[in-house]
Design a protein around this ligand. Sequence first.
Ligand code: UDP
Length: 551
Amino acid sequence: QSQEVSQAHIDYHVALQALQEHGTRMVCTGKMHTDRICRFDYLCYCSEAEEFVFFHSNSSVMLPNLGSRRFQPALLDLSSVEDHNTQYFNFLELPAAALKFMPKPVFVPDVTLILNRFNPDNLMHVFHDDLIPAFYTMMQYSDLDDEARLVFMEGWGEGPHFDLYRLLSSKQPLLKEQLKNFGKLMCFTKSYVGLSKMTTWYQYGFVQPQGPKANMLVSGNEIRQFARVLMDKMNITRVEEMEKDGGSSEDEKGKKDEYIVLFSRSTTRLILNEAELIMVLAQEFQMRVVTVSLEEQSFPSTVQVISGASMLISMHGAQLITSLFLPRGAVVVELFPFAVNPEQYTPYKTLATLPGMDLHYVSWRNTKEENTITHPDKPWDQGGITHLEKEEQERILASKDVPRHLCCRNPEWLFRIYQDTLVDIPSFLEVLKEGMKTKPNVRRSKPASTVHPGRVREPQCQTSVQTTNEAKLTVSWQIPWNLKYLKVRELKYEVWIQEQGENTYMPYILPQQNYTFSENIKPFTTYLVWVRCIFNKNLLGPFADVLMCRT
Ligand code: UDP
């Protein structure tokens, strides 16, 4: 591998002199280790010590300069999983003068992104923790372009999905293991360390039971942008585009090409009556049913199939992350084994229901114990329980609902989630029909606009006193500046009126740009008035500056 990182476009002596004179320079974003990404000039890595090294000189920079708080607990998270104690990044310090006594450094000329993959064996983790965060971290820093070098420091081998990581840039990613090949001391000319957490939507239950992240910052739009770029890189032609290019009307072509995809797992967590399920689905929906599986075909071919599907059906599991490639308006049907509550395991539901993702999500749960096949004799990590005390085994076998638990080794959870399931057809169809009733047809109705109103302009109030206990308050304003460029289905304004010194306010929704309030308006009183614009019922604009209105 070492010849791949070419030394050609660097003048070695210039680089070495720069390192000796200037040392390492670090400037980071983020106030906390959990939201920090750092950019370095001349960050070095010592493969013997397996440590990154910061060289101090008169002109080195370290911002934030945390002193020993840098170890409480770390400078930053190397993976997108928040504050996980196996994923911390830090560096050792040395004076630049020590370079004289050290092995000659090898310089890496590429702009490098250094990160940890969290669990590269599992497709959900690959996308959610690594690919999407890396994609958007690279978009955040413009020199992390298609020529950027990725370095994975978690210490694992390539793993089964390495081809997906290769799509992030034109250069081969490096594994920690391979860094040795570059010599005892390597120095990254320019590097970024850490991953953006902006796109992650799920927490895996390390400190509290798993669930959607408390403060989600991503919408379906960003997920779909990512999906589109990845599909282009996999040379997948998208169905939506083919329809447009073909020029045939959606009604003509749309209907007869619709199909259902059944995602099949072939080693664990099986659907035992797949063939029957396929037959029933084909009959019920009058559509083709196609099966895909990670074991039996290439990932790009799976994505190609899913990207044109009307419905994706799968047992709960990492393969369901592929629903991010479904077209808008498609249905995701997630099946859960006996005693597993769908409400408590929602990485795919959360994805499907992100605003703007425009997928319809339905879950089905096996409630018939006679339809489940358990595997008590398997190893613990595939749900075996024979290593447990007899009493504990009996308790687990008698339980009909896995209680809330933390990640990752809860034996009752593993026992239940690795069951195979005979899907009960009547209850499955019932759930499907019930779920489809509320299905919005996104293909026909245009995706909802997400343009928010600007502030209303020139808000004003006029007051008059009628009698000793009657007064009037007229509030008026101009339309937000961006409205004149928009077609808005429904335009409303909201006015809040608060008597000064009171802690409650009266809200009013109005269709017009002025209104005279007389109810509850007292003479010789000061009112605080806020006005904002609302598009299409739920797109709220900002309030204009508060008005002080004295009657
Ligand atoms: N996997 C698969 N077929 C199987 C079992 C697993 O394709 O029969 C894949 C699965 O999608 C995931 C990885 O193997 O990418 C690990 O599966 P595991 O059951 O450990 O994780 P889970 O699917 O529960 O996240």
